[in-house]
Design a protein around this ligand. Structure first.
Ligand code: HEM
Length: 396
């Protein structure tokens, strides 16, 4: 099919390693944007990657040429079924609509007092310590705490959220079909299904407006199998990401004290939240399948291939923003792509923004205006597909 197209073959890069993608992704993507914006990376099994902002947008929004339908990826095995993220057209829309009412920007406002209560409780605990690990003492419990409420889980479920998310994510990336990795995702699936079934009974008796309750009590509900797998998307794609997005933003602010002061004085929490998301995209890349062969930048993109749209790179494209590697809350320019675009754009974006910009950032710095990085413990970022800082200690 590709041979009949008028373009050239996509070049192959053999120099970039998976370690480089994990350790210094911003440098790797800057180099690729300048030299080979569409390239096959040997380090990713020869997958074609797109690093320019306009190409990433096209891959996400050009439904005639790119789609998400994929029943062959390890994701289906890892999630115990076919999720809405790997469907297209009406079947996708039907499942997306089933959870949408619980996540609209208007509807979620009523969770704000509950998020404030959760945040205050964690801040009270921070107040008892001189130096804290912001990940384990703050960002992680915030992430599980707000998702427990919004997804409609119980305490047992909330306690298992990071383990479940990790098992799902590793399973979804288990291209080599390692049986140990699938055994872990199978265990997580069994535990999650038990938790959902327990909670569905409760939500039938007393609906609470959570995502699970909304899907369960819909007038024309989707199948139980789909309620389960799509709840797993909200777990596998939100728990780690919320923690990482909060930590990247906090690190951006704490390592730029002038901007933090400006933020506190002028309440630019919305801008700080967006800049943190842009600076280090918690989900760096999204796969798509080429539905119909096409030519992009003079290169043949063959039908049937799995390609990667790198939103982390799109967010740093100089055609969109100057000095892109710098954390800068006063940046203007087009919105970042960290929540994706098109038919599969994240349904949880407004919820994260409510938590971070309206509650967590203002409350944290109101309570601890002198918060500072603990310079004896350097902050390091980790992850190729999912990315966030590893350690984040501060002196209170
Ligand atoms: C900072 C936190 C988050 C980030 C960075 C994030 C990022 C993303 C991205 C990039 C996608 C699109 C993937 C693609 O195009 O293939 C996505 C999809 C999705 N996200 Fe999020 N997400 C976050 C939080 C949440 C939360 C809190 C929820 C729900 C409570 C959620 C629910 C979903 C769902 C259901 C989809 C699939 C939509 C569809 O396929 O139609 N996300 N997310």
């Amino acid at each position: 099919m590709a041979d009949r197209l008028p373009g050239a073959k996509v070049p192959v890069d053999t120099q970039i390693t998976i370690e480089m993608l994990e350790n210094t992704p911003a440098q790797v993507y800057a180099h690729l944007r300048d030299t080979q914006p569409i390239v096959r990376l040997q380090a990713l099994g020869g997958r074609i990657v797109f690093t320019k902002a306009e190409d990433v947008t096209r891959v996400k929004t050009d439904a005639a040429h790119f789609w998400s339908s994929d029943t062959t990826s390890p994701m289906q095995r890892a999630f115990g079924g076919h999720t809405l993220m790997r469907k297209d057209g009406c079947p996708h829309l039907r499942e997306r609509r089933a959870m949408m009412p619980a996540l609209t920007p208007e509807y979620i406002q009523h969770w704000q007092p509950t998020f404030e209560e959760l945040t205050n409780k964690l801040l009270d605990q921070l107040a008892t310590q001189d130096t804290v690990d912001l990940s384990s003492a703050f960002a992680s419990p915030l992430s599980t705490g707000y998702l427990k409420i919004v997804l409609g889980l119980d305490e047992d479920g909330a306690d298992r959220l990071f383990d479940w998310a990790s098992a799902l994510v590793h399973g979804a990336m288990n291209a080599s079909n390692d049986p140990k990795v699938f055994a872990a995702s199978d265990r997580a699936n069994a535990e999650m299904n038990d938790c959902f079934d327990r909670m569905i009974k409760q939500h039938r008796a007393s609906p609470d407006g959570s995502v699970l309750s909304t899907m369960t009590n819909a007038e024309d509900p989707i199948e139980l199998s789909q309620i389960r797998t799509n709840m797993k998307i909200c777990i596998g794609g939100a728990v780690i990401e919320t923690r990482d997005a909060l930590l990247s933003t906090l690190y951006g602010l704490l390592s730029n004290p002038d901007q933090l002061r400006d933020c506190i004085a002028s309440k630019k929490w919305g801008k700080a939240c967006e800049e943190g998301l842009r600076w280090v995209a918690p989900i760096q890349a999204s796969p798509r399948i080429v539905k119909k062969a096409l030519v992009m930048r003079g290169l043949n993109i063959p039908q049937g291939e799995t390609v990667m749209a790198i939103q982390a790179s799109a967010n740093h494209d100089v055609s969109y923003s100057t000095a892109p590697d710098r954390f800068d809350i006063c940046r203007s320019g087009p919105p970042h792509q960290s929540f994706g675009e098109g038919a599969h754009a994240c349904l949880g974006g407004p919820l994260y923004r409510l938590l971070a910009a309206q509650v967590v950032l203002p409350k944290l710095f109101e309570r601890f205006p002198a918060l500072a990085l603990d310079t004896s413990s350097p902050v390091t970022f980790h992850g190729f597909a999912f990315r966030g800082p590893k350690v984040n200690c501060v002196k209170l």
